[in-house]
Design a protein around this ligand. Structure first.
Ligand code: NAP
Length: 170
């Protein structure tokens, strides 16, 4: 069983957000959708889930894959399972016996997974832009997790670099 965190950051380490003129290249979206199709267990924050509707053709695929939405709200989220915390999303993943979980944002949900070491692999895309809109991924004070580059950096489209890291366990 493996947990992959998938995220795209600007060259200055910010998490680009939808609706701020920071559209991700279609090749990045295609890469993400391909990974969703193979992992088949997607964990996202409530705000990211609400934005999936703007992903065009990607939405059709995402609708066929179990999506687990992390939310503190008690109300159900149409089309998805809801869990009250990142740990609960993983508990359900292990309980259901899936092979791979894909954690795909946003920043508020990725932060706890990375801070608590609840991941095996980080797929990081470097968005070819400098941006002061958005935010860095919030990591808890005092956390420092070394990463090991797993393979040669890969070019997605013309200008986006993808880095595949494994979390180093002490
Ligand atoms: N660049 C990328 O790789 C990437 C990837 C995905 C999304 N995005 C963008 O990121 C933006 C959304 O990110 P975001 O950080 O604002 O929001 P988010 O992480 O998608 O969702 C935040 C919501 O998740 C729930 N949540 C977060 N932490 C929780 C915890 N520890 N326990 C329980 N619930 C928790 C809360 O939902 P409730 O308020 O319902 O309690 C919170 O309001 C969008 O613009 C999206 O397009 C970018």
């Amino acid at each position: 069983m493996k947990v992959i965190v998938y995220m795209t950051l600007t060259a200055n380490g910010y998490f680009p957000v939808a609706g701020a003129g920071q559209t991700l290249p279609k090749e990045v979206l295609a890469d993400f959708v391909g990974l969703v199709a193979t992992t088949r267990y997607l964990i996202v924050g409530r705000r990211t889930y609400e934005g999936i509707g703007s992903m065009g053709p990607a939405r059709a695929l995402l609708e066929r894959v179990p999506v687990v939405v992390v939310t503190r709200a008690a109300a159900p989220v149409p089309g998805a399972l809801t869990v009250p915390s990142p740990q609960a999303a993983l508990d359900l993943f292990y309980e259901q016996g899936h092979t791979t979980a894909l954690v795909a944002g946003g920043a508020e949900v990725d932060g706890p997974f990375l801070s608590a070491g609840l991941f095996d692999e980080l797929r990081l895309n470097i968005h070819p832009a400098i941006g002061g809109v958005g935010r860095p991924v919030p990591i808890a004070d005092g956390v420092f997790t070394s990463l090991e580059l797993r393979s040669t950096p890969r070019l997605i489209g013309e200008h986006t670099v993808q880095l595949e890291y494994a979390a180093m366990r002490s």
